[in-house]
Write a protein that binds this ligand. Structure first.
Ligand code: ADP
Length: 168
């Protein structure tokens, strides 16, 4: 008898920090796929609020109830990382037309580089379509409460980061 093939997907992003919109996408993907890798992108050219290690730990903690989710970090070419892990599907979220325009180009570029790699888009839950990590950072940098935008327990960590920044 043939063993059922595992359906695996990689959700790559900066997640700086993870928002409720990201988490909603991870939870929905975990219902469809057997294995969901959340890939935190190491980007040495982009200044981040949280280090890659901090983001990996945070996302691990927040997704601890989802056994099919594994959090990893990766640098360099997305396509090479997918080859290394044997991943054939990439997940991206679509909030609006702006996301669509940007994401479809990336997906088409990836298709040229590797015709076997599929990009799967999930439309954002309407509750979170306005939400972005940059918005969270902006509110927090002004001293605002971000607990309505991020998973439980993350808001104090975001606030703490800005306090640390203010002291340095
Ligand atoms: P990147 O820097 O790769 O855009 P992000 O962390 O901003 O990384 O986003 C990662 C993915 O999550 C992207 O596909 C983005 O469209 C999606 N995303 C961002 N915010 C939301 C949200 N509020 N709801 C659903 N998906 C989102």
């Amino acid at each position: 008898m043939n063993k059922k093939k595992e359906r695996t997907i990689l959700y790559p992003g900066s997640f700086d920090p993870l928002t409720l919109g990201h988490l909603d996408l991870i939870r929905r993907a975990a219902k469809i796929f057997d294995k969901v890798y959340v890939g935190v992108l190491v980007n040495p050219y982009k200044k981040s609020l949280f280090s890659v290690e901090e983001r990996v730990i945070m996302i691990c903690r927040i997704t601890a109830d989802l056994p099919q989710v594994e959090v990893v970090s990766f640098g360099g070419l997305l396509i090479e990382f997918c080859h290394k892990l044997g991943i054939r599907c990439i997940l991206r979220g679509l909030r609006d037309q702006g996301d669509f325009e940007a994401e479809i180009k990336v997906a088409q570029g990836l298709k040229v580089l590797d015709p076997d790699l599929e990009t799967v888009f999930l439309g954002t839950d309407p509750h979170y379509s306005y939400l972005s990590s940059s918005m969270v950072r902006e509110v927090a940098s002004g001293g605002g409460d971000v607990s309505a935008f991020v998973p439980d327990g993350l808001a104090p960590l975001v606030a703490e980061k800005y306090k640390e920044k203010a002291m340095t």
